[in-house]
Design a protein around this ligand. Sequence first.
Ligand code: GLN
Length: 484
Amino acid sequence: MHKLSIKQLSDGLHGKQFSSRELTQFYLGRIARYEPSLNSLITTTADRALAQADAADAVIAAGTAGPLTGVPLIQKDIFCTKGVRTSCASKMLDKFIAPYDATIVQKLDAAGMVMLGKANMDEFAMGSSNETSWYGPVKNPWDLERVPGGSSGGSVAAVAAGLAPVATATDTGGSIRQPAALTNLTGIKPTYGRVSRYGMIAFASSLDQGGVVARSAEDAAIVLQAMSGFDPRDSTSVDRPVDDYVAALGNSIKGLRIGLPKEYFAEGLAPSSRARIEQAIEVFKKLGASFTEVSLPNSPLSVPTYYVVAPAEASSNLSRFDGVRFGHRSETARTLEELYKRSRGEGFGAEVQRRIMIGTYVLSHGYYDAYYLQAQKVRRLIYEDFRRAFESVDLLLSPTATDTAFKFGTNADDPVAMYLNDIYTIAANLAGIPAMSLSCGFADGLPVGLQLMGNFFDESRMLNAAHQYQQATDWHLRSPKGFE
Ligand code: GLN
């Protein structure tokens, strides 16, 4: 049952082969059985889920159900869920019960989906390995000694292990795509502004984008369709109709022009990952796509640019956690200044504090021009690289990560080595374009991901290219041993 696609689940529900309550109980049973070995969830919401499932069953009985009615999912714990703890994996918000729902929570609830729980993640989405969570690291179901990637590590571990058919995720510099790559999933970060950020706890507002991780491009398309759209409560939301991602999945990719950015295939890429990606390119060629080399000359600047822009925005966004209005409050403070310092010192983990310090530094008087302003200028150049590339190609194809999943503690003493994990994913956030990762095989038993990047609002074309590839291959159908 946990290997069925969303479409198959939906057919089963509509055909009364099983009820949403049965399906929900089935997944809650898998969570009870496998979750202790994974730590992929911060909160399980069984009662809420069963109530939603009963409501979905009533809608199905009334004959007014949609394609997602009664289908379970897991929400990343960065999305506010009314009446349910929303922690962002931080001690700071361990006791925070959100008073309202994020727009995407509202939308997926309205579509009839059943929320099983809230996924573990890196604290405030800062990380590439899920080791910064206050609730402890998440294990990769493909090898429990390895990381699932981050920051959406709980979302991917849960879906890869079959604890839910699909999960939401967010991507500021790669947090949907890199974990999807490390766990054999399909993850899509849509165009900036396509999915509402209302109720999504902000990390770096000009880069953050919600999306989905799933077992196939088809599943991802169905859920993304329901999540997307204009939201007047998010001032950066784009008022433009959502394409029919699902309908576009039938298109041929004959004549599709795919660019290979040469900077993304330079040294640093593991030879076994390169080999898998080259095999995937042959599959795309057989399907009728043509390939040309392109250059994104400012690519080497994307990681340093991101690590100025993202911490700057984070330092500003996280200033709201002051121990006064909400979040952790120190019990030992005697003065107001001590209250701020101790609440933040106790509530935030080391990586979050590091980012806040970098951010306040680059924004401070005297350094602003040298760092922040300069980074914004380089960001523009990175955007221009993509704009030029998309004049001659429809999509770009690259690796998602430099290598397969690494062992816990690998980069523990070296934040910069950890930051380099996002070398292929960050530029898409800086430019605002849509990008996704899908599995293209295995190296030593561990999944390898490839990345597709598209032009603004070209999610349909990208999802369909991934879908056509998945029709011709079966990598995405494999699941980890021990979670049968
Ligand atoms: N790994 C990157 C970081 O640590 C990206 C995180 C993200 O996309 N949320 O900032």
